[in-house]
Design a protein around this ligand. Structure first.
Ligand code: UDX
Length: 433
C-alpha cells in the first residue's frame, strides 16, 4: 500500500520505517528541512537500537522516502498517519494539539480520492472526531474517514514493540476504514498479533488508560518500597512475590527513582485534565503525578543523608542521566531534578552515561561529563546509580571503592546486592531494601 507519515519524530519515524519493512511504500513528511536533509543522508536523529539498519535497508529498496512536500505525499496515499508531537501545554497540563490540527488542515487541502486519516499521536479522547470536523470544514467535498491507531512503543524497544505487539488498537467508524486498516496491518495479522477494532473514543481512551495504569503500577511499588525501608522488608522480594500472581504480573513492578520519559508524565497529566474537564476526576492518577514528583525530592534527601547532609565541595559521581537505559532521551528524567539539586548544594558532579551526553550537555550545564566510570569516581565522596545501563551492572566494586575518597553508593535502581556492596567496602543505600 502507499502510506504517508506526517511527522518524523520518535513515533513517526519508527512507524514509517517499520511499515516500509512490512512491504508498504512509505513517504515520511516533515516541516523542518534540516530533519529531511539529515534523514536523506541516512542519519537517524534518535538512538533506537536497530532503527538505522532497518531505515537504510528500506531506503535502498525504494520503499521508504523522506520529503518536505506534504501535498504530493498526501495525494498519493491510501492512508495518511498523523504522528506529530502532542507536548504538555505550558501551565494547564493539557496536551497541545496545535500540530495535530495544523497537520489535519494541511492534509485536508491535499486529499485526492478516498483516504483514511489515521491519528497515531497520543491525543485526548474526542480528538479524532475533532480532526474529522477540521478536515470536513477545510475540504467539504473530501472523501475520507478518520481512524485512531495509538502506539505502544517503549523507547529502546520500539522496533520489537512494533513488530511483535501485544495488540494493535484501531478505532474506526466505518467498514471502509476498517478494511483499509486491516490491509495496513495484514503482515502483523499473519503473525497472529491481535487487532482490537473499536470506536474512536475507546481507542483514544485505551492509550491513556494503559499508560496511566503503568505509571500507577510503578508508583505503587515505589511507595511500597518506602514502607519496606521502614519495616525492614526487601522490595525486590515483595515485587517478585506479588508479580507471580498472574493478575498482577512482574513487569513494571521495579522500584526506582520515579518514572520519566516523554509519555508517562505527559499522558498522566493529560488524562487528569480530561477527568477534571468532564467533572469525573481520575483522582488516583492525580495522586500518582504528585507522588512521582515528590519522589525525586526523596531521592535527593537519600543522597544527602548518605553524604552526611553536606555535599558542598564534594565530588559526586552520577551513573546514568537518561530516563531509562537504551535511549538517549532525557525528557522528564529524574536526573533533571536530582542533579541540579546536588549542584545547587555545592557538589562537584561528574556524570557518566553511554548515550546521555548528546541531549544532557545543554540540560545539565554545570556538570563534568566523563566517559569512564572509574575516572568519574576517582576521589569522589559518593557514587549514585540513577539509570540501570548494562554498562553499570558489573563494575569491579572493590576497585571502585578503592578509587573513592569515601566509598559511599546510592544505588537508586537496585542493581547491586547490599551484602556485596558492603563487603566491597561501601556504605550503601538503595531502594526498598
Ligand atoms: C512507555 C510505555 O511503556 C509505552 O507503552 C508507551 O507507548 C510510551 O511510554 P517509555 O516511556 O518509552 O514507554 O518507557 P518505559 O519503559 O515504559 O519506562 C517509563 C518509565 O518508567 C522510565 O522512567 C522507567 O525507568 C520507569 N520504570 C519502568 C520504573 O521505574 N519501573 C519499572 O518497573 C518500569
Amino acid at each position: 500500500m502507499q502510506l504517508t507519515m506526517i511527522g518524523t519524530g520518535y513515533v513517526g519515524l519508527v512507524s514509517g520505517v517499520c511499515f516500509s519493512d512490512f512491504g508498504h511504500d512509505v513517504i515520511c513528511v516533515d516541516k523542518l528541512p534540516e530533519k529531511i536533509e539529515a534523514l536523506d543522508r541516512g542519519e537517524v536523529p534518535i538512538y533506537e537500537p536497530g532503527l538505522d539498519a532497518m531505515m537504510a535497508k528500506n531506503v535502498a529498496n525504494g520503499r521508504l522516502k523522506f520529503t518536505l512536500d506534504l501535498k504530493d505525499a498526501v495525494a498519493a496515499a491510501e492512508a495518511v498517519f498523523i504522528a506529530v508531537g502532542t507536548p504538555t501545554r505550558r501551565g494547564d497540563g493539557h496536551a497541545d494539539l496545535t500540530y495535530v490540527y495544523d497537520a489535519a488542515r494541511d492534509i485536508a487541502r491535499a486529499l485526492k480520492g478516498y483516504t483514511v486519516i489515521v491519528t497515531k499521536s497520543t491525543v485526548p479522547v474526542g480528538t479524532n472526531r475533532e480532526v474529522e470536523r477540521v478536515i470536513r470544514a477545510e475540504n467539504p467535498d473530501a472523501d475520507f474517514d478518520v481512524s485512531s491507531n495509538p502506539e505502544f512503543l517503549r523507547e529502546g524497544a520500539a522496533i520489537e514493540d512494533f513488530m511483535r505487539p501485544d495488540r494493535v488498537v484501531v478505532g474506526v467508524q466505518s467498514e471502509r476504514a476498517k478494511a483499509v486498516m486491516a490491509k495496513i496491518y495484514r503482515p502483523l495479522a499473519l503473525r497472529e498479533a491481535p487487532i482490537v477494532y473499536t470506536d474512536l473514543e475507546s481507542a483514544e481512551m485505551i492509550k491513556y488508560a494503559a499508560n496511566a495504569f503503568l505509571a500507577t503500577k510503578i508508583t505503587f511499588i515505589n511507595e511500597i518500597a518506602n514502607l519496606c525501608e521502614k519495616v525492614g522488608a526487601n522490595i525486590q522480594s515483595v515485587s517478585k512475590g506479588m508479580g507471580m500472581d498472574n493478575r498482577i504480573g512482574g513487569k513494571f513492578l521495579h522500584a526506582g527513582p520515579g518514572y520519566g520519559g516523554s509519555c508517562f508524565p505527559k499522558d498522566t497529566k493529560a488524562l487528569a485534565r480530561i477527568g477534571q474537564e468532564h467533572a469525573s476526576p481520575v483522582s488516583i492518577v492525580e495522586t500518582v503525578i504528585k507522588i512521582n514528583e515528590e519522589r525525586k525530592r526523596q531521592m535527593i534527601d537519600k543522597i544527602m543523608y548518605l553524604c552526611g547532609d553536606k555535599v558542598r565541595a564534594k565530588k559526586i559521581a552520577v551513573l546514568g542521566v537518561t530516563f531509562k537505559p537504551n535511549t538517549d532521551d532525557m525528557r522528564d528524567s529524574p536526573s533533571l531534578t536530582i542533579i541540579p539539586a546536588l549542584v545547587g548544594a555545592g557538589a562537584d558532579v561528574h556524570v557518566v552515561d553511554p548515550q546521555g551526553r548528546k541531549e544532557g550537555e545543554e540540560l545539565l550545564p554545570s556538570v563534568t561529563w566523563v566517559e569512564d566510570v572509574y575516572e568519574a569516581v576517582a576521589g569522589a565522596e559518593a557514587v549514585v546509580v540513577l539509570t540501570e545501563w548494562n554498562e553499570f551492572r558489573a563494575l569491579d566494586l572493590k576497585r571502585l571503592a578503592g578509587l573513592m575518597k569515601d566509598a559511599k553508593m546510592a544505588d537508586l535502581r537496585n542493581i547491586y546486592d547490599p551484602a556485596e556492596a558492603k563487603e566491597a567496602g561501601f556504605e550503601y543505600v538503595s531502594i526498598g531494601r
